[in-house]
Design a protein around this ligand. Sequence first.
Ligand code: FAD
Ligand code: SF4
Length: 508
Amino acid sequence: MARLGLIFGDQLNLDHAVLESLDPQRDRLVMGELHEEASYVPHHAKKIALIFSAMRHFAAELRAAGWTVDYHSFDPDSPVKTFTDLVRRACDQNRIEEVVVSWPGEWRVLAEVRGWENALDVVVTVLPDHRFLCPLEDFETWAEGRKQLRMEFFYRQMRRRTGLLMEGDQPAGGSWNFDADNRKRWKGDPPAAHPMRFTPDETTEAVLGLVADQLSAFGELDGFDFPVTREQARRGLAHFIRSGLPWFGDFQDALPDDEDYLFHSRLSSSLNLGLLSPREVCEAAEQAWREGRAPINAVEGFIRQILGWREFVRGLYWLKMPGYAELNVLGNEQPLPDWYWTGKTRMRCLARAIDATRRNAYAHHIQRLMVTGNFALLLGVVPKQICQWYLAVYADAYDWVELPNTLGMVMHADGGILGSKPYAASGKYIQRMGDHCKQCAYKVAETTGDSACPFNALYWDFLVRHRDRFESNPRMTMMYRNVDRMDPDRLAEVRARAARVRSDIENF
Ligand SMILES: Cc1cc2nc3c(=O)[nH]c(=O)nc-3n(C[C@H](O)[C@H](O)[C@H](O)COP(=O)(O)OP(=O)(O)OC[C@H]3O[C@@H](n4cnc5c(N)ncnc54)[C@H](O)[C@@H]3O)c2cc1C
Ligand code: SF4
């Protein structure tokens, strides 16, 4: 009897635990482009094309390496629509004694896998997921007994554990964190870097045709240029280390009106598909610093995103699921505005972030956090609706990473499990970090009146609405001091403007 290895579409790493555990001479692999996975949220067309193309390339590599791979291509009329259908069919067609998977990226899928022993009468083994540096058990041990889970402390432990950016037991460059040197506004110099572009090959062209005909739910498919193989992803990494990394730190938080990527890497889609490992990406950045090709503030800031944030949100996801997805501690009730899907809003910063999202299946971190995210927070959008949006529209979006970032970091719907305070900010922040406001229909210096920047009134109103929860937070003392300085009549006027924005939001 053989064993069956199911390779999930986002686990395309050659050091996959299933490949290490199975025998290519005796066992078989199965992969599937599944209707359920392609449609449970209205995924960006480029996201589906990326995943299907990368899966097809990976299956070809596995076959070339001697594996037997049953590959199910997308077919909307097929009765095989879910992972369970796929595994059931493979078990019916072959004599299978055990199904082996690596830990999936979504609680929903893990629950499905755990049902197979009963539903399909097979032994099911779930192996670790090698796309991460921190095993889930180690994260649990780190979290145990801590009153608060804070990324910064986790990150320091990860630096010590991996030896990345360390000089003995001390942080390289003399500090754990160089953020004070970052956060500059970008004025066009040096010129923005761009991620390396990859021309679609025959396999990708076939997938693009399929998606255009049958699967396009959101976003533009034209101009697809993502890396779809490990070899391409490695070239994309080398290109970023050369052209973007040296300025990554300085301009990490900048919000230019006309640059989609600035000095961000666009490596998340490759990392999250397993085409790149987090260790090799961090090592490439560290080597650039050691060889004098990038400054420490850039390299430390970049490594912190991967070794710190990426590992931290993943650990937190598995620690807190499934209850985490249900949280809404701020009691938000506002529906997500329809224009999040179309980009048709007169608010320039939002229109630009959503336009980039529609074109590229990408927006950089500050657009996600301080523009689309901040606005949803201030408006009071129902967390599930904004989480569904983020999960659908980005090429790098999977539940393990999207959910903690959106529900926790942006919406503070977890009451502070992920971050100690919400990133609430008025239009002033967006003005300071970029040049959207100069080209906006609204005036960033105004808070009330029909032409006032909607972020402003919503910001003050947010602070007042959630005073009980936040006023004793030491990191928000200054914000409440400013609220208290406001004349009560003025505050009432501001809150009336916020109520108008909220009730008429589709027309902003
Ligand atoms: C509301 C919201 C939703 C997000 N959803 C996703 C998501 O679905 N998938 C995703 O990969 N990232 C998500 N992020 C994190 C971050 O915005 C993206 O990883 C980043 O923008 C990807 O672009 P990049 O590769 O150019 O990143 P860079 O700016 O070049 O950063 C380098 C790498 O660091 C990692 N990273 C940076 N920040 C984070 C973070 N907060 N959490 C996890 N990894 C991080 C990514 O792997 C990224 O490739 C989200 C952030 C916010 C605020
Ligand atoms: S004025 Fe307000 S809405 Fe317009 S770009 Fe600036 S922050 Fe955004």
